[in-house]
Design a protein around this ligand. Structure first.
Ligand code: SF4
Ligand code: SF4
Length: 58
């Protein structure tokens, strides 16, 4: 399952987007979000995020 970003934890720092090998993470009006069709579940965004916002999908 693709990763998801918990909007309430995201500070829109952009670090995850820089690390994503798929270009799947994009900024939004209140938080970054992940395109499910691009995500390959590598976990790089979760490892990179200082806020613990990205989580594996369920
Ligand atoms: S799990 Fe990997 S491919 Fe999916 S959004 Fe995060 S960094 Fe990108
Ligand atoms: S690294 Fe974390 S806080 Fe920064 S934009 Fe990504 S999900 Fe949001």
């Amino acid at each position: 399952m693709p990763y998801k970003i918990q909007e309430d934890k995201c500070t829109s720092c952009g670090t995850c987007a820089e690390q994503c090998p798929q270009g799947a993470v994009k900024p939004g009006p209140t938080a970054y979000s992940i395109s499910a069709d691009l995500c390959i579940d590598c976990g790089a965004c979760e490892a990179a995020c200082p806020s613990g916002a990205p989580v594996p999908g369920s």
